[in-house]
Design a binder for this molecule. Structure first.
Ligand code: ATP
Length: 239
């Protein structure tokens, strides 16, 4: 049995109009899809794991360590946001270098890591370009390279496929599955497409109305006809 990479126990998050609650145990090395209707709590779940949101109750344990009071920078987590947060005035290489040192004081070994990460995501030779003219898929891969140079064992990807056309979706899924196999990292990705689950996920976490309602192997999830929100997600219509 693999160890548990992410354990949330009795976690609640209170917003003015809403309370969310999370319990889950995600094995180390798993590729996990996070799905559910808009407003269900997917981004909040990521923010709790990454440390951008502080729970009102409960515990967040990552790789066996309690994260209470730990800043995002001190957690074993890299997060790639949906809008990929690239700086328009910095080169591709510098955008990736920020993952190593926010003040961009990079020695030769660090610069080598940046080049290696860009080459790994298929962007070797693009180091000096600015992000502006890049395609959506290329920008996503720059953001992914920045996450990779941080070498954190847990990778959170907020809709990594959203801006991509079907061919690029398949390519990105292949890249992510190769990367996680190589590094052994635990990866969670938010998606609205069953196809991404078929391609990449071993497990699925499904949220509804502020809570995790399913946490199970992808094949079990994909053969479901209920509850209704899952049936809708899978394109089966209401039951
Ligand atoms: N900072 C906040 N203050 C108040 N309410 C919030 C805050 N962040 C999220 N919420 C509320 O919590 C609920 C969950 O939001 P969240 O963004 O996590 O959902 P989501 O599943 O990621 O949605 P989407 O798919 O639309 O991005 C929503 O009702 C949202 O309005």
């Amino acid at each position: 049995m693999p160890d548990i990479a992410i354990r949330l126990s009795g976690v609640t998050v209170r917003f003015a109009e809403k309370q969310l609650s999370f319990d889950c145990a995600i094995p180390e090395g798993a590729a996990v899809a996070v799905a559910g209707p808009s407003g269900a709590g997917k981004s909040t779940l990521f923010n709790v794991i990454a440390g951008f949101e502080t729970p009102a109750t409960g515990s967040v344990t990552l790789l066996g360590k309690d994260m209470a009071g730990r800043d995002p920078a001190d957690r074993p987590v890299s997060i790639v946001f949906q809008d990929n947060n690239l700086f328009a005035h910095l080169s591709v290489a510098d955008n990736v270098g920020l993952g190593i040192d926010p003040s961009l004081r990079l020695d030769a070994a660090a610069r080598q890591r940046v080049f290696a990460a860009l080459s790994r995501v298929g962007l070797g030779g693009h180091e000096r370009r600015l992000p502006g003219p890049l395609s959506g898929g290329e920008r996503q891969r720059v953001a992914l390279a920045r996450a990779l140079v941080r070498r954190r064992p847990i990778l959170l990807l907020d809709e990594p496929f959203a801006a991509l056309d079907p061919a690029m979706r398949a390519e990105m899924a292949k890249l992510l599955s190769e990367l996680t196999a190589e590094t052994g990292s635990t990866m969670l990705f938010i998606t609205h497409q069953p196809e991404d689950i078929r391609r990449l996920a071993e497990r699925v976490i499904f949220l509804e109305d502020g809570a995790i309602v399913l946490d199970e192997p992808a094949e079990d999830f994909l053969s479901r006809r209920a509850p209704p929100a899952v049936a809708r997600f899978l394109g089966h219509g209401p039951v």
